[in-house]
Write a protein that binds this ligand. Structure first.
Ligand SMILES: Cc1ncc(COP(=O)(O)O)c(C=O)c1O
Length: 394
């Protein structure tokens, strides 16, 4: 058998990889399992989307290869939606690339811009496709810790000059998974400006742009002056429309950036099932009638989570966006130890910060993916584990 490549061996263990197996073991032990781990809600996509998928699946041509072009209607619906939502316009053929979920595109982008000796700048903790894409392209990830002290933002000017010189991509994700931080407009303006000066592509992961509360409206990077020159933005159908398993998203940007990703993809995949692209077009065209109600469900869960976790010894503020709470732990309780005890003793799955990157140590992530009663129950159990571990550490 040939040896594994260095690039394969460079990949870390996948953060969520072991959880399904561990959950099965807990259920087999008779525990009442509450899974607040993955960002994968128990909610349904819009009715109109389900109906469109059913109808589209009966049209024979929908079962053919989508190829890189995919369904023109989907591209056009994306362009309409971006215009309505952010007031920015794109050419559907040269400035949009449909994706098999945004993860796929985020990960493949590095193949177009990164090679050995190049650096990518990555938030730590951060979504796994940033490091995965970089390492598979044989690039060198430079991790920047997202901490409360820096408002969970990456300051390019705090990065050594020799690193910046070799940097090709900066991955930014606001609203942020896992910290639920948002980025002020001035920060985005400054970062776009610096990326331009430094000749770095700004990879803006906007998977949570529609999951925001209390009047906060997350921007597109393209609302920032100059972003067209340096940024590519990734969008996902997954969280906004409860379509995680459907595998559908897109990237938008100038033809130089989008075309490069499209070219890589043309040698790797043949597009998402066309009936799903048709259903996604329906979702986007009917966004305004579905999203507010769906966000209200997440808001109720968020409020329940904030109240219940605060009451159980995890003081926190309501996040303005995403489906996550990023909860601090006492300094003497490592996040992996806490999450393991919570899972083994109480059957509650959360993500320890350290699993999402060294910079995530001292925190754990809770997802609002189940109903408020179950979230409250999970918080009570987390409180019991916190008391037990605090007593042991004292
Ligand atoms: C920050 C972030 N980006 C991208 C994705 C990928 O979304 P998808 O591939 O389902 O479109 C996720 C999913 O959890 C995410 O949290």
């Amino acid at each position: 058998m040939p040896e594994y490549t260095k690039r394969l061996l460079s990949l870390p263990e996948y953060p969520l990889g072991k959880i399904p197996q561990q959950k099965r073991e807990l259920i087999a032990r008779g525990l009442d399992v509450i899974d607040l781990g993955a960002g994968d809600a128990d909610l349904s996509p819009p009715d109109a989307v389900l109906e469109r998928l059913a109808a589209a699946s009966r049209i024979p041509t929908m079962s053919r290869y989508g190829f890189a072009l995919g369904l023109m209607e989907f591209r056009e619906a994306i362009v309409r939606w971006m215009q309505r939502r952010f007031g920015v316009s794109f050419d559907p053929l040269t400035e949009i690339v449909p994706l098999i979920g945004s993860k796929e595109g985020i990960s493949h982008l590095a193949l177009a811009f990164v090679e050995k000796g190049d650096v990518t700048i990555i938030p730590d903790p951060g979504y796994n496709a940033y490091i995965g894409g970089t390492l598979l392209a044989e690039g060198e990830p430079y991790k920047v810790a997202l901490r409360p002290e820096n408002d969970f933002l990456i300051d390019l000017d705090a990065i050594p000059a020799d690193v910046l010189k070799r940097a090709k991509l900066l991955y930014l994700n606001y609203p942020n998974n896992p910290t639920s931080a948002t980025a002020p407009k001035e920060y985005l303006e400054k970062t776009v400006r610096r990326c331009k000066e430094l000749d770095i592509v700004l990879v803006y992961d906007n998977a949570y742009s529609e999951l925001a509360f209390d009047g906060y409206v997350p921007p597109s990077i393209f609302e920032i002056e100059g972003a067209r020159d340096v940024a590519i933005e990734f969008h996902s159908m997954s969280k906004t429309y409860n379509m995680t398993g459907w595998r559908c998203g897109w990237a938008a940007g100038n033809p130089h950036l989008v075309g490069a990703l499209a070219k890589v993809k043309s040698f790797i995949d043949t597009g998402t099932y066309l009936a799903i692209q048709a259903a996604a077009a329906t979702a986007l065209d009917n966004s305004e009638s579905f999203v507010p109600g769906n966000v209200a469900v997440f808001k109720e869960r968020r409020d329940a989570a904030v109240a219940a976790f605060s009451a159980n010894g995890f003081p926190c503020q309501p996040p303005r966006a995403t489906m996550y709470l990023w909860l601090p732990l006492p300094a003497n309780i490592p996040s992996a130890v806490f999450a393991e005890r919570l899972m083994q003793d109480e059957g509650v799955v959360v993500l320890p910060g350290s699993l999402l990157g060294k910079g995530g140590e001292g925190f754990f992530r809770v997802s609002f993916i189940t109903n408020p009663d179950r979230i409250r129950e999970a918080a009570n159990r987390a409180g019991r584990v916190l008391k037990k571990l605090s007593a042991q550490a004292a």
